[in-house]
Design a protein around this ligand. Structure first.
Ligand code: NAD
Ligand code: GLY
Length: 372
């Protein structure tokens, strides 16, 4: 088992990473949730019941409440938030009591948001069960729900009290979700760490296929990702500037997800894979990224069979809608927007520009050429 401490201005907290550690929940509870007499576990119907049962079995005697919601992005919405806060109020949860998010990024984002606003903040624990949530969404304190204008438009920065990552939960995760999580792992390597990128070249396939379970490849990738992310969060918890690099590939990704109504046609990580390739190509087009680096990134996608084509989601018919959504992005200020580019593999830069001078012409050209 490995432990990583995330240090922020608002809270320092541990991330525990290991095999079969869900059953140790009681130990962490004793240390980090001493005064929480009531715990609300939030999860969804599709998350294998055995994780829920293990968690319940290993919680030290407390009053336990549960919310088991339908599955999918649609629950990151106001009506589900109200369901949670109603349960908390009806059962008189106080600020020492706690919400536990058991599931992927959807459950984590919604639960974290509820925890941050109920009585202006109660205790919060993340038990992420998808690769994406283990390497990204459960770490760093971003919480959110969506509205009909866009993704993650309503949210807070609210750090958890601890994060418990049991890598065995990945054994039931579909391959498609593994590659979605891999997208964020690849992101860290592209924006921050060339050596990690080289390591992923060799080990990427093991992660995607969740092979080599005993040899810790996945644990290493998760630990490294959480470490890289926590360094950025430490420097810029509230995304005043630097943290924006974590959005590499995300402007286009969010637009595709919003335009497809967050359906299963494309999931978050798949959209990020597409967005990162587009952002890499743009970096090259604008003269920041060398041809050889772009080629190396393309080789990685091809070797690992990661999709970067976006024809299915963006066409002449809906491109204006996509551009409108991109312009409404959280990184936009008036006509200006912050875009994240690569200088080289392992080094990113933030550029203030307009979408009209950056992404839009490239996408228009792609659509005209039909080869994208
Ligand atoms: P998700 O939460 O929808 O989970 C994906 C699917 O996997 C779901 O169907 C879920 O039921 C299933 N599942 C979860 N754990 C499982 C397991 N162990 N075995 C089998 N099935 C399992 O999706 P996600 O990719 O985890 O998260 C995506 C969400 O995270 C998006 O809403 C995105 O906006 C958000 N996000 C937030 C941050 C952040 O910093 N807060 C960062 C990245 C993404
Ligand atoms: N996932 C982006 C961030 O946490 O800042």
């Amino acid at each position: 088992m490995k432990t990583l401490i995330v240090k922020t201005k608002t809270k320092n907290y541990p991330i525990f990473i290991g095999k079969n550690i869900l059953k140790q929940f009681g130990n962490y509870q004793n240390k980090y949730l001493k005064n929480s007499n009531k715990l609300l576990i939030i999860s969804t119907k599709k998350i294998p019941k055995k994780y829920f049962n293990t968690l319940i079995k290993n919680i030290k005697k407390k009053n336990i409440y549960r919310c088991i919601f339908p599955d999918g992005e649609k629950i990151k919405e106001n009506s589900y938030l109200i369901k949670i806060t109603d349960i908390l109020s009806k059962n008189n949860f106080n600020r020492n009591d706690c919400i536990i998010a058991l599931g992927g990024g959807v459950v984590g984002d919604l639960s974290g948001y509820a925890a941050s606003i109920y009585k202006r903040g109660i205790k919060f624990v993340q038990v992420p069960t998808t690769l994406l949530s283990q390497v990204d969404s459960a770490v760093g304190g971003k919480t959110a729900i969506n509205n009909r204008f866009g993704k993650n438009i309503i949210g807070t920065f609210y750090q958890p009290n601890f994060v418990l990552i049991d890598t065995d939960t990945l054994n039931t995760l579909p391959e498609r979700e593994m590659s979605a999580g891999f997208a964020e792992i690849l992101k860290y390597s592209l924006i921050l760490d060339k050596r990690f990128f080289n390591w992923l070249k060799i080990n990427g396939i093991m992660i995607l296929k969740n092979r080599n379970r005993d040899n810790n490849i996945i644990s290493i990738a998760i630990f490294k990702s959480c470490m890289l992310k926590s360094k950025i969060v430490k420097k810029d918890e509230f995304e005043n500037n630097y943290r924006a690099i974590l959005n590499f590939g995300h402007t286009f990704a969010h637009a595709i997800e919003t335009a497809t109504n967050y359906s299963r046609k494309i999931i978050h990580g798949e959209a990020v894979l597409i967005g990162m390739m587009l952002a890499s190509r743009l970096s090259n087009h604008l003269g920041y990224l060398k041809n050889s680096d772009l080629k190396e990134i393309k080789n990685m996608y091809e070797k690992l069979k990661l999709n970067f084509k976006y024809k299915k989601f963006v066409s002449l018919k809906n491109m204006n809608k996509i551009f409108k959504i991109m312009i409404n992005d959280k990184k936009s200020f008036g006509k200006k927007t912050k875009i994240i580019l690569l200088k080289k593999i392992g080094k990113s830069l933030i550029k203030e520009t307009t979408l009209k001078k950056s992404f839009i012409p490239l996408i228009e050209k792609d659509i005209k050429n039909g080869n994208y």
